[in-house]
Design a protein around this ligand. Structure first.
Ligand code: HEM
Length: 413
């Protein structure tokens, strides 16, 4: 453990390398104990408040009147002030617009709707494992965990599964740290996604089908039909939000279980009885979304700090989920933990994850298949972690297992 003063000086939550190997839990622990509402400098920007205690994270997330999403949810200010009226994703809206947009997709994500999709999600999980099981080795991130959310959202939006995988690849490019050799790659990927969405929008306007794209293409907000660009941004958000989050939970959650064989054995010993609690614990442990940002709308006191109107306030979910003020022995992975009021899907405010039920259903199906069918599962090489300050998890996880026969036909469209 580094001495406290050196941690305070070396702390940099904007350095992607600080997230290589997992979230910087030692630094988070120091902040929670010594400076829970910490002013963090930001090269090229005004700086931000890093909020690391569980209660404070919930407080910020649940008070949208004081902490707005309209300034953006990433730390850098990507939106110029004069763009205030430009179209935006609902993730970056406040009420009443946020409420009006969110309402359009809510029915498809309610527990009842997700329950109806469960057999299909389970069938997809079987086929994903089928496609690797005869080989006895694979990359658990790209060839297993990443496919499930791409396929499921593709089915909901009514586009071919293969297109779902390509759209997901575009979101990866959008999230990547800009490559100096190809600085426009992110913007090109956004344009490609919006172009694809434009085609779907035009198609469903002309020929309605029974899918979420049709519901959105024919939806109205304030009496006006959703424009092509509003549809495109909604489409992008749906493809994006459930992708690397669910993928990282499954792959990084499996890595955590492999690193804690006692917990893995416990889970395998009673999968039906323990899987649901284990999923909640893996959500707490991995916390795939590192942070969400808000912007103060007025002067407000948080902890012992005075926040000024316009200040950026950042909720660190991974830190809140390891706060000993909220969880007993937070640094112990305990698949039987209960209650487990983690904030991996957000702290419970209006932006609370729309896909929480769906994500759980995908994770449940994938973990069940992995745990029951990939016998002798072990890591083959050291995992490669994402170096992102926003999304946490492994990027590549080469694994080996005992080859076994597939159960169904090839995964075709
Ligand atoms: C392990 C999986 C997932 C995690 C950890 C996760 C986490 C989150 C978090 C932290 C937020 C922001 C909450 C807030 O600001 O209060 C969020 C929002 C959102 N998530 Fe998820 N998510 C997951 C899966 C999904 C899935 C499968 C979908 C389905 C498409 C989805 C769709 C969304 C949407 C649309 C929003 C924005 C909601 C709004 O602005 O009202 N998520 N998610």
């Amino acid at each position: 453990m580094a001495p406290a003063h050196s941690l305070a000086h070396s702390l940099d939550l904007l350095d992607p390398d600080a997230f290589d190997g997992g979230q910087p839990h030692e630094a988070f622990a120091w902040l929670r104990d010594n400076d829970p509402v910490h002013w963090h400098r930001e090269p090229g920007g005004p700086g931000f408040w890093a909020v690391t205690r569980y209660d404070d994270v919930k407080l910020v997330g649940r008070d949208p009147a004081a902490f707005s999403s309209a300034g953006g949810i990433l730390i850098p200010d990507v939106r110029a002030a004069q763009d205030d009226d430009a179209p935006r994703m609902m993730l970056e809206m406040d009420a009443p617009d946020h409420t009006r947009y969110r309402r359009l997709a809510v029915p498809e994500f309610l527990p009842k709707a997700v329950k109806g999709m469960a057999p299909r999600v389970e069938a997809l999980a079987v086929r994903i494992i089928d496609d690797v099981i005869e080989r006895g080795e694979c990359d658990l991130v790209t060839e297993v965990a990443g496919l499930m959310p791409s396929y499921v959202i593709a089915e909901m939006l009514g586009v071919p599964l293969a297109d779902g995988v390509e759209l997901y690849d575009l979101t990866e490019t959008i999230h990547s740290t800009p490559d100096p050799e190809n600085p426009d790659a992110g913007m090109t990927a956004v344009m490609a996604m919006l172009e694809y969405a434009r085609g779907v929008w035009a198609d469903r306007r002309a020929e309605p089908r029974d899918d979420l794209s049709t519901a959105l293409a024919h939806a109205t907000v304030n009496g006006e039909p959703l424009s092509e660009i509003d549809f495109g941004l909604y489409f992008l958000l749906l493809v994006d939000a459930g992708g690397d989050t669910t993928r990282n939970l499954v792959a990084t959650g499996m890595l955590a279980l492999l690193e804690h064989p006692d917990q893995l054995d416990l889970l395998r010993g009673d999968l039906d009885g323990r899987l649901d609690a284990a999923i909640e614990e893996l959500l707490r442990w991995v916390s795939p979304v590192v942070y969400m940002r808000r912007t103060a709308t007025r002067p407000v006191r948080l902890g012992d700090k005075q926040i000024a109107a316009g200040d950026k306030v950042v909720m660190y979910y991974g830190s809140a989920n390891r706060d000993p003020r909220a969880f007993t022995d937070p640094d112990v992975l305990d698949i039987g933990r209960g209650p487990n009021p983690h904030v991996a899907f957000g702290g419970g405010g209006p932006h609370y994850c729309l896909g929480a039920h769906l994500g759980r259903a995908e994770i449940r199906a994938m973990l069940r298949e992995i745990l029951t069918r990939l016998r002798g599962l072990r890591t083959a090489q050291r995992p490669e972690w994402l170096t992102s300050t926003f999304i946490s998890g492994v990027k590549h996880l080469p694994v080996e297992f005992d080859p076994a026969p597939r159960l169904g036909p090839l995964l075709a469209d």
